[in-house]
Design a protein around this ligand. Sequence first.
Ligand code: ATP
Length: 238
Amino acid sequence: MLTVSNLDSFYGPSQALRRVCLALEEGETLALLGRNGAGKTTTLLSIMGAHRQIQGSIKFQGEELAGMPAYQVLQRGIGLVPEGRHIFPKLTVLENLKMGYIGKKKGDIDHRSFEQYLAYVLDMFPRLEQRIKNKGNQLSGGEQQMLAIARAMGSNPRLLMLDEPTEGLAPVIVARIHETIEQLQRQKVSMLLVTQETKLAFSVSTRILFMEKGSICYEGTAQEVACQPEISKRYLGV
Ligand code: ATP
């Protein structure tokens, strides 16, 4: 479904990614782990077309995405829940959801109206229905994260990339996000997950990729990595 080959990424003169290669099959959840500054966010932003100083190939369902702007990548069926949520603070929950909604896309066989999308996300996160008229800056961190995921589902993505979706959240909300990921998996949404929560990564992912200094340095099944704590210790220091 997604094949990234020899992806290099730059911030001005400094190189953040070096020959990153990864492949994700339809229906799969991959976790991308690594220390701060390893290059995880840059990988997601580069795939999304939100960071464009890149070289290499990013193929999604057979189509080359490298060089495409983010709105076109979104239309091809990739969504991003960004690190830090990036909720519009002065807009209400409903308005934030409207910002994420994309109507009919080229070749879309499962087109949904805004009302259908709204019903879908409010069923997923009933809490957002109670907060529908509240502004983004009136929400708790957990509610903002739910809204960020709900908004990213507005383009009906086949691949959802989540960047630190549990960062700074209470254990009860982490458990709720965990359930949401499993719910999306049942709906056959493929996922690329960046997280510091190794337990979450081991539980929901098929494979784990570790990054170090801008490159993928280790890849294994979740079971292999979970059974060998020395691997996580080496690449995460935990
Ligand atoms: P974190 O968990 O801290 O977000 P990360 O693994 O997601 O870490 P990135 O944010 O992708 O890492 O950063 C990769 C490298 O790129 C780091 O060396 C970082 O300092 C650098 N970098 C990231 N954003 C910028 C930027 N806007 N300008 C310059 N350098 C950047």
